[in-house]
Ligand binder design. Structure first.
Ligand code: NAD
Length: 243
């Protein structure tokens, strides 16, 4: 393992700007299911689009609310794992570090990366589906869908299928990707666009691209190196090797 890391460690040591880009896989070891795995048990009969889209919310707001309330509880009960901790350690030792995440669980923030760029929003906030007014915290227990002053219904602050990413966050992510000397893509299937474009933006602009994933993805052929396996093993190994 260590020999394999030597050239990567050299790149990381020399790099002044590093981007880490994460997906659901980094939180899998904290017990938060990836999207595919989340379609189990009670929710197996619904597709992601039937639970995570504006159309789904319009059709059955209580169903969508209940699903997010369940998933949010999983996030609150989970703890950041060795992968999240390693990202945080890398941030501290890097001159220009950017963490871009597709995750909505808040685990990176709890591991210390409070300035993570959340491309797909956060499960912990609420806003009005109609007037977009921020809706404060989730009620405990979540119960019935909460109503806004305008009469609209509150929804989680998540970017759903068919919705645009927050423009300013995406622009900052693209700028960081295009300036990165090393770009590390962790635990993402590289299939959800426009986020999935970021490692390719980095590569086109000369970054050394590292992928950490147990499985092959559409990025694997383009990446300079693929570390096949779990984020919770490879990322701490990288940080240890940096010394
Ligand atoms: P995805 O579910 O499409 O893919 C997860 C990837 O992680 C897969 O390629 C899988 O091989 C890999 N993986 C699984 N275990 C791993 C591990 N231990 N270490 C490293 N990699 C591992 O996830 P995605 O690419 O993030 O896209 C799905 C969308 O769903 C995103 O938009 C995301 O916002 C959302 N989502 C978020 C969460 C979360 O916040 N934790 C969970 C599920 C889905």
């Amino acid at each position: 393992m260590t020999d394999r890391l030597d050239p990567i460690v050299e790149r990381l040591r020399a790099a002044q700007s590093i981007v880490v880009f994460t997906g659901a896989g980094i939180s899998a070891e904290s017990g938060i299911p990836t999207f595919r795995e989340a379609q189990t048990g009670l929710w197996a009969r619904f597709s992601p689009e039937q639970l995570a889209s504006p159309g789904a919310f319009r059709e059955d707001p209580q169903r969508v609310w209940d699903w997010y309330a369940w998933r949010r509880q999983l996030c609150l009960e989970a703890e950041p794992n060795a992968g999240h901790q390693a990202v945080s350690a890398l941030a501290v030792r890097t001159q220009a570090f950017t963490l871009i995440t597709q995750n909505v669980d808040g685990l990176h923030q709890r591991a210390g990366n409070t300035d993570a760029l959340e491309l797909h929003g956060s499960i912990h906030g609420l806003r009005c589906f109609e007037c977009e007014r921020p809706g404060g915290n989730w009620p405990e227990p979540p119960g019935q869908v909460v109503t806004c002053e305008c009469g609209g219904l509150m929804r989680p602050t998540i970017v759903w299928f068919g919705e645009s990413l927050p423009v300013d966050v995406l622009q900052r992510a693209e700028a960081a990707a295009s300036q990165a000397e090393v770009f590390i893509s962790v635990g993402t299937s590289s299939q959800v666009y426009p986020a999935a474009e970021l490692p390719f933006v980095a590569k086109r602009n000369g970054a050394y691209v590292i992928e950490v994933n147990p499985h092959e993805t559409p990025l694997s052929r383009t990446a300079d190196v693929c570390l096949q396996g779990a984020a919770g093993e490879w990322l701490p190994a990288l940080v240890r090797a940096l010394g």
